[in-house]
Design a binder for this molecule. Structure first.
Ligand code: ZN
Length: 194
């Protein structure tokens, strides 16, 4: 989540816009920590986006003259995002998807494995491991101070490499959540770029 995915999405979208191509960007509605109508990287570079509740909604919202569709935080979408991306691509639309490939346990994240499979091109970005400085591919869930219920706060995660990552370090039980549905919140860690 510290690898600059959104920056890269914004960069590609802006290039298409400079080329006078109509671009539409979509993101799942769950992420409203920043503006609801923009995809924003931490350097405040941003592009207009549309928040949707489900992947299929995207199909209805893509306009006839749209040449490029950007999708941010794809790991939070339902499985239908795979079919949606395929349908758009068959229409001749360039589909640029940004997402986190692994969750904080180091497991494939939501629909990302299938999206990676059907993509013509895949760019894997890495962050820097805060423990050893090597390229980091994983998100370590860490707890700090009062941030006990802060699901969605980037302070709860840090970039780690394969060797420094501790997938078993799961110690968040927000008040009111039982052990059973703790996993539900765990499957939606913060991935907002920073
Ligand atoms: Zn490391």
């Amino acid at each position: 989540m510290f690898s600059g995915k959104t920056e890269e999405l914004v960069r590609r979208v802006k290039r298409a816009q400079y080329g006078r191509q109509k671009v539409q960007v979509f993101k799942p509605r769950i992420d409203n920590r920043y503006s609801q109508d923009h995809v924003q990287s931490h350097d405040a570079n941003r592009v207009l986006s549309i928040s949707v509740d489900s992947a299929r909604e995207i199909l209805n919202l893509v306009e006839d003259n749209t040449r490029v569709v950007g999708i941010d935080e794809a790991q939070f979408f339902d499985e239908a995002i795979v079919e949606v991306a395929n349908k758009l691509a068959y229409r001749g639309i360039r589909v640029i998807v940004a997402g986190l490939d692994m969750d904080f346990r180091g497991l494939p994240f939501g629909p990302m494995p299938k999206l990676l499979s059907i993509a013509e091109n895949v760019t894997k970005l890495s962050a820097v491991c805060v423990q050893c400085g090597n390229p980091a591919s994983r998100s370590q869930r860490v707890m700090g101070g009062e941030h006990v219920v802060a699901v969605g706060a980037k302070e709860m995660y840090e970039a780690r490499c394969r060797f420094c990552h501790e997938p078993s370090t799961i110690h968040v039980t927000p008040p009111g959540l039982t052990k059973a549905n703790e996993n539900d919140s765990d499957s939606r860690p913060a991935v907002r770029e920073n």
